[in-house]
Design a protein around this ligand. Sequence first.
Ligand SMILES: C[S@@+](CC[C@H](N)C(=O)[O-])C[C@H]1O[C@@H](n2cnc3c(N)ncnc32)[C@H](O)[C@@H]1O
Length: 219
Amino acid sequence: MNSYKSKLEEWYDSTAERYDSWGSRDGEYSSESKSLEVAKFNEMLNLIKIKENTKILDVATGTGIYLIEALKKGGVGYGVDISEKMLEQVKKKIIKFKLKGKIIRIIKGDAEKLPFPSGFFDIVICIGMFEYYPLEKVKTVLEEIKRVLKKKGSLIVDFPNKNNKEVYEFQKKERSAGHEIYIYEKGKINEFLKHMSFRIIKSNCAGIEIQFLLKLVKK
Ligand SMILES: C[S@@+](CC[C@H](N)C(=O)[O-])C[C@H]1O[C@@H](n2cnc3c(N)ncnc32)[C@H](O)[C@@H]1O
């Protein structure tokens, strides 16, 4: 793993126990911002049919907030993250919320090399991770997500919202922790996603993030 990723891993390892009680991703924003993001995420989920056997993968699952939210609608879950300590928090939640048969596997791994067979998932989620990488890296991750996603599957991702002033505060704080936050115009993100052969079904401004519900363009 390169040193930038190792730094992110160390950072999330060191903050994992506090992550949920922060209520947001950098410890400074109010829990309102996180609950807005979760509410907007639910609007996206409501547009997807989720059955009991729907397979859901959460890439960069962190403490599993979005995976567990999605599983409330049905399906079975899988999570991947580079931070072992963040995953320990998910494991605690599996016990606390009796999610044993619902969360099938939680794996330490890199989003660029997902340890799953091709065409395995109905839904993939990736929230709060793309901002740490330039678009050429995000491209590699999206190629890998495309590989594991079924042709008719759905993908929910987010990118920082350039039009929300607070995003620059967030960027400043993350920089002081040694990470970059990559912020692009929404038009550029739209173009990029289309170029990656995704159709934008819905996009939602959710505080410092913009969420996208995507489907693969039929070939
Ligand atoms: C802001 S947290 C988001 C966690 C969760 N998705 C959420 O929104 O609450 C970012 C997560 O991305 C993970 N991460 C960063 N780079 C990664 C990579 N290349 N592969 C897998 N996980 C990664 C970090 O370890 C961290 O848990």
